[in-house]
Design a binder for this molecule. Structure first.
Ligand code: MN3
Length: 299
């Protein structure tokens, strides 16, 4: 089962200027083949389908706890896209063409299908689909796939980082580069325990340190590249049987934590967007809703 927390993985800065085309590039990190929806669903199905769980518990715990973290990454990237689109248009009567900018934006669907918010699509508007999930049932093959998936995800994050200097996008991407690096290392170490092969020698792919990206540095200074969380109060603690030893590039001690990270940020508040009819609740409607809520509460 899953427990939900009404908090974002990190605090996202409010973007200083709308960047609809940057938001369409960031869609790749959400609904692309190597995006967060793919990492989430790959690990989620592998954890549902895991054979020999009792015997291979530490491997199951690694896949299951990273699944939970990926849920929060999907949420973080979606919120980044929302903030990048924020302020693209302003209210106006239909005849003033208030959504004019939408027709020239790379992802017109942000302005038609959703009220300037994230969609489960890649950067070219292709919908994410279940064929992006690899769940072979062979433990080594699945772990190898996950290592490859995380390296591909890292490559795409680095390229998107180079495409937009929007501050919200950079903050999110820097953080996810650090956390994705943890997942690369977790799968490498799992493969090492399972096979005896030192997969960490392949790291980093691409061969560029996270430190080259400005917004990674504060997370690395905090030691986030060395921490793996269970995302559960009591379960999945056998991650510590795999997540131990030292970090291959920074030499620090790897630490497994029960629970969630101690940091996080508020879920950004999205204001009314009358030109998109969203949420479409007028002040008069709201008064009536408040009245009905009061009546339902017996007041
Ligand atoms: Mn991720």
């Amino acid at each position: 089962m899953f427990k939900r927390v009404d908090r974002l993985a990190i605090e996202l800065p409010i973007s200083n200027n709308p960047d609809p085309n940057g938001a369409s590039a960031v869609q790749e990190l959400l609904g692309g083949k190597f995006g967060e929806m793919s990492t989430l669903n790959n690990y989620m199905y592998q954890s549902f389908n895991f054979r020999g769980r009792s015997k291979l518990r530490p491997f199951y715990d690694i896949v299951a706890s990273i699944t939970a973290e990926e849920f929060g990454h999907v949420e973080l990237v979606a919120n980044t896209i929302n903030l990048m689109l924020e302020g693209s248009t302003s209210p106006g009567a239909p005849d003033t063409t208030p959504l004019r900018i939408g027709k020239d934006a790379r992802m017109t669907s942000h302005f038609i299908e959703s009220a300037q918010t994230a969609l489960p699509y890649d950067s070219m508007g292709r919908p994410w689909d279940g064929s992006n999930v690899f769940s072979s049932g062979n433990l080594i093959l699945d772990l190898l796939h996950n290592f490859f998936l995380e390296c591909g995800a890292r490559t795409h994050k680095m390229r998107v980082y180079e495409m937009t200097d929007n501050n919200t996008a950079r903050e999110m991407t820097g953080y996810l580069l650090v956390r994705g690096g943890v997942h690369i290392l977790a799968y490498a170490k799992a493969l090492e325990i399972a096979t005896g092969v030192d997969v960490t020698k392949l790291i980093p792919i691409p061969n560029l340190d996270n430190k080259a990206f400005d917004t990674t540095r504060k997370w690395e200074a905090m030691g986030e590249q060395r921490r793996l969380y269970t995302f559960s109060d009591k379960d999945y603690q056998q991650i510590a049987q795999i997540w131990k030893g030292t970090h291959p590039t920074d030499g620090g001690k790897l630490e497994a934590f029960a629970g969630l990270p101690g940091y996080g940020g508020p879920i950004p508040e999205l204001p009314d967007l009358p030109e998109e009819f969203a949420p479409g609740i007028s002040p008069e409607d709201f008064l009536q809703i408040a009245e009905r809520l009061k009546r339902n509460a017996g007041l």
